[in-house]
Structures are given as structure tokens and as C-alpha cells.
Design a binder for this molecule. Structure first.
Ligand code: URA
Ligand code: CA
Length: 438
């Protein structure tokens, strides 16, 4: 095979065979295709698209480029959850103990934050002593013993995706639905999931700004799951405002404790219950979603989910006392309040601006390996639909380094839209995509 012929074919909107896709992925990963030709092929894919069969072949070629984590030693069906990335999205910290408390094993690999979206691993590191770098045997042993473990992605999973993603990032080819779908699905499959629940975010704070695009992405990922025999459900959720109230690592741990204690932001809780119910059903724990929701509500109300969170923290060397003594978590020395200049109702809160302001305060990274201030971040005090008068607090900023405070303040203030009329209430769950043959 020759890459030039395949570039021509894709440019002319022809469909590749699975063998051709596999060859491209392997040859690029081995350094046999130079970046300029791979870039040309990716740009042809960006404009011409890929069929479901091509996308499934690309997914599996990337899976096979590295290790596949074998979770078969852990009894039960392993359901994993993936979010396409949001702001104030603390769902993993809440969902993992919530689902594990019902007896469904959760074995999760997570990443660090980059840009304005946070990462679960950074959040867990806000817990004093918490160890995110488990070896394989400890990871699997902890899931077997406690029903739950979360570790940083450190194995050699999907190296082809890593290389291709880096090239896409600098060649304007990230925003391609088949390339995003294969990238996400390859990582989930390599991490050993039997069943996959996807939280596909839609709106200003998400990759997919338009519902139609998010729906296409969701359908394609569910179809790839069917083709490669990993049952997948996608839940489309609204990202018109930050999902919870807190943005920032230590602040989000506190918010997770609130939700697991039966308090906290209703939107964040509802998304967790919806995603969790799908995980329970895919794992065979319940037959109906409603039954799953009730089971999750029971373990929230009984305190079992919070107790599972404490057990999990202890099992990974963290200090579980943070649950009752929040002052043990990293705390910022300084704070500032952003107040409303106008009277009216909050009609929108741009998650990207809030996320970017949190980065300026030290809560996130603009480049890989940038050190974080785990205590820094933002807590919203108004949500979409709330009334505000001049002088009312909209958000509180927490930081230790005030060098970029003014810019952060401007971003937060401009994230809020305030209007005379109360906006109509929008649903949080915009749609669900499942396999059709059921
Ligand atoms: N997230 C991923 O993991 N891959 C993409 O291509 C886009 C978002
Ligand atoms: Ca096409």
C-alpha cells in the first residue's frame, strides 16, 4: 500500500477497507508515514468523513496499537463512563462511589485536566495522601476488594491515538466527528470496559456546540460499540452553564462530598443519577432505568455511597477524614466576590469563560505538566434562572496568586448574561442514544 494512493482515494470521497485503515494507523505509529502525508489524509477525512465501518476499523487499529487492560479477573460486568469534557463536571468523583455502593465494580482510568476542562486525577490529588499511580496488580486488587479503584492513565494504552491526536491538534483536524468518535472509543475499549456509558455534552461549554452534531457523534459512538461488541449508551447533556457550582480541584472534591451527603446542586446530582442508572442497567444490576435510579437514591440516602467514597480514599492512601473535616483539604488564602451590575435574571453562564478564569487563578493548565494550585477555583452563587439585583454576588473566586486576578474577574463577569425576563427552563438531559436492536 502507498499512502499517496490512500490520500487520493479519501480526497475523492472513496471508502477505505478495514485493512487500509489499519495499515495507515500502524504505518504512521511506526514512523513510516511522515507527518505531512498523515496531515493531508486527516484533512481529507475532515472534509470527506468516514463510514461507520471505517470509523470502527480506525478505533480497533488504535486499540491494537498498545496494551489492552485485562479486567477479566474481576467478577461482574465492568461498565465505564466517559464524558466528552465539561466545566464543573464532578460526575466521576460522585458516580464512581455511588455505582460501586450498589455492588457494581468500577475500575477507572482517568486523565488530568488540560485547557478549561478539569481532570479527575487532579481532583483526587487534592485529597491529602491520595495515590493515583497504582500498579496494575494493586489497581485490580482494589477493585476486587473495595469494588472501586481510579488510577492515572500510565499504561501504554492507544499510543496511536496519542500521536494522531497531537497531529490533529496542530493541523486543524480535531473537530471531525469520526476522528473524535474513534479517539474516545479506542481509549475506553483499551481500558477494559465491557459496557460503556457516554456523557456527550452539548452547548457553549462543550466540544459540540450544536445538538445535531452531538447527536451524530453519539450515534456514531453507539454504532462503533455495537460493531466491536461493547454495548454503549450515550446520554446527551446540556452544557449551557457549568454543571455544578464549583470549578477547581479541592472545591470540586467538596462538592462531591455535598452530593454524596444528599445535598448540593440538583443538576449535578440528576446527571449522576441518570448516568448511574444506565451503568447499573448495562451491568445487569437492574432491568429498568427507574429501578436503577431508585437503587442509587437508596445508597445516597442511607449514607452507603458516602461510606464507599471514604473506603475508596483510604484504600488509595488518602485521608478519609476530609469528609467530616473539610479544613484538611487545600484551602486558598485569598478570595474575591464578583457581583451583579444589573437587575434581572441570569440567562446564561458561559462555561468556557468560567473554566478559563479558573485556569488563570491556578486551577487548570494551559500547557502539559503545568503545576496547579489545587486550592484555587470558583464557586458560583447564581445559576441560570436565578434573579440578581445590583450588588448581589454571582460567583466567588479563590486563589493564592493574584497576578492574573483582574483578567479572571473580567472573564467571570462577562460569563454571566443578565436580562429582564426569566429564561425558560431547559431540560438537563437532552436525549439518549442506545442500540436499536433491542
Ligand atoms: N476527546 C478525545 O479523547 N479525542 C478527541 O478526538 C476529542 C475529544
Ligand atoms: Ca464521505
Amino acid at each position: 500500500m502507498r499512502i499517496l494512493d490512500l490520500i487520493h482515494a479519501k480526497r475523492n470521497d472513496e471508502e477505505h477497507t478495514a485493512a487500509e485503515i489499519e495499515w495507515i494507523v500502524n504505518a504512521y505509529t511506526k514512523g513510516e508515514i511522515p507527518d505531512y502525508q498523515m496531515s493531508a489524509w486527516l484533512m481529507a477525512v475532515y472534509f470527506r468523513g468516514m463510514s461507520e465501518a471505517e470509523t470502527a476499523a480506525m478505533t480497533m487499529a488504535m486499540v491494537k496499537s498498545g496494551e489492552i487492560l485485562d479486567l477479566s479477573g474481576i467478577p461482574g460486568i465492568k461498565a465505564d463512563k466517559h464524558s466528552t469534557g465539561g466545566v464543573a463536571d464532578t460526575t466521576t468523583l460522585i458516580l464512581a462511589p455511588l455505582v460501586a455502593a450498589t455492588g457494581v465494580p468500577v475500575a477507572k482510568m482517568s486523565g488530568r485536566g488540560l485547557g478549561f476542562t478539569g481532570g479527575t486525577i487532579d481532583k483526587l490529588e487534592a485529597i491529602p495522601g491520595f495515590n493515583v499511580t497504582l500498579d496494575r496488580a494493586t489497581f485490580i486488587g482494589n477493585v476486587a476488594k473495595h469494588g472501586l479503584a481510579i488510577m492515572a492513565q500510565s499504561l501504554n494504552l492507544t499510543p496511536a491515538d496519542g500521536q494522531i491526536y497531537s497531529l490533529r491538534d496542530v493541523t486543524g483536524t480535531v473537530e471531525s466527528i469520526p476522528l473524535i468518535a474513534s479517539s474516545i472509543m479506542s481509549k475506553k475499549i483499551a481500558a477494559g470496559a465491557d459496557k460503556i456509558v457516554l456523557d456527550v455534552k452539548v452547548g457553549a461549554g462543550a466540544f459540540m456546540k450544536r445538538y445535531e452534531d452531538a447527536l451524530s457523534l453519539a450515534r456514531l459512538m453507539v454504532e462503533i460499540g455495537r460493531i466491536v461488541n461493547r454495548e454503549t449508551v450515550a446520554v446527551l447533556t446540556n452544557m449551557e452553564q457549568p454543571l455544578g457550582m464549583a470549578v477547581g480541584n479541592s472545591l470540586e472534591v467538596e462538592e462531591a462530598i455535598d452530593i454524596l451527603s444528599g445535598q448540593g446542586c440538583p443538576e449535578l446530582r440528576d446527571v449522576c443519577l441518570a448516568l448511574g442508572a444506565h451503568m447499573l442497567r448495562l451491568a445487569g444490576r437492574v432491568r429498568e432505568l427507574e429501578e436503577g435510579r431508585e437503587m442509587l437514591q437508596t445508597v445516597l440516602a442511607s449514607g452507603a455511597a458516602l461510606a464507599k467514597f471514604a473506603e475508596f480514599i483510604q484504600a488509595q492512601n488518602g485521608n478519609p477524614e476530609i469528609i467530616t473535616r473539610r479544613e484538611l483539604l487545600p484551602r486558598a488564602k485569598l478570595s474575591a466576590v464578583i457581583t451583579s451590575q444589573e437587575a434581572g435574571f441570569v440567562t446564561a453562564i458561559d462555561p468556557a469563560r468560567i473554566g478559563y478564569a479558573a485556569v488563570l487563578l491556578g486551577a487548570g493548565r494551559l500547557y502539559k505538566n503545568q503545576p496547579l494550585d489545587l486550592s484555587a477555583g470558583i464557586v458560583l452563587t447564581r445559576r441560570v434562572g436565578d434573579a440578581a439585583r445590583p450588588g448581589d454576588p454571582l460567583a466567588k473566586l479563590f486563589f493564592n496568586d493574584a497576578s492574573q486576578l483582574e483578567e479572571a474577574r473580567r472573564f467571570v463577569a462577562s460569563a454571566f448574561s443578565i436580562d429582564d425576563r426569566r429564561p425558560p427552563k431547559k431540560p438537563l438531559i437532552l436525549g439518549v442514544v442506545e442500540h436499536e436492536s433491542k
